[in-house]
Design a binder for this molecule. Sequence first.
Ligand code: 5GP
Ligand code: ZN
Length: 139
Amino acid sequence: MGCIFCNIIEGKADASFIHKDDDVVAFMDIRPVSKGHLLVVPIQHGSSPEDLPEEIVTKTFETALRIARGVKTSELAPAGINLFLADGKAAGQEVFHLHVHVIPRYGDDGFHISADAWAEAPPDRAELGDTASIIQRAI
Ligand code: 5GP
Ligand code: ZN
């Protein structure tokens, strides 16, 4: 089974493109969660940021930010924007070719972000500090 995003990049499958350069493309998501939902995709195949050269991942995010700025000033006139990357199945990744979602938001647009933890008491400062230390030691 081939990679659908590689097929799109190679012109073997259809997509509505917004941007193409030597490293990165952007095209409309086939199943948009809101009007203007698009994907920014490095040409080089890799599932996770660690699978690709850092400058390619950086350029992918820079392109996503630039396109998001354009979307904001476009006729779509969204009230806000979400940038989203799913890294791994547990994070909701369904297409294992890295991509950044640019999702224009329109107030009560039916796209919801929720967490069971929000129903619970927030962690105290000590717990936040311990977690911060775990991350600090790894970077
Ligand atoms: P993920 O969950 O991996 O972050 O998101 C994958 C995204 O790719 C989904 O939003 C889905 O709608 C989109 N997608 C899946 N197949 C295709 C396709 O063939 N063409 C386009 N343009 N988008 C696709
Ligand atoms: Zn691919």
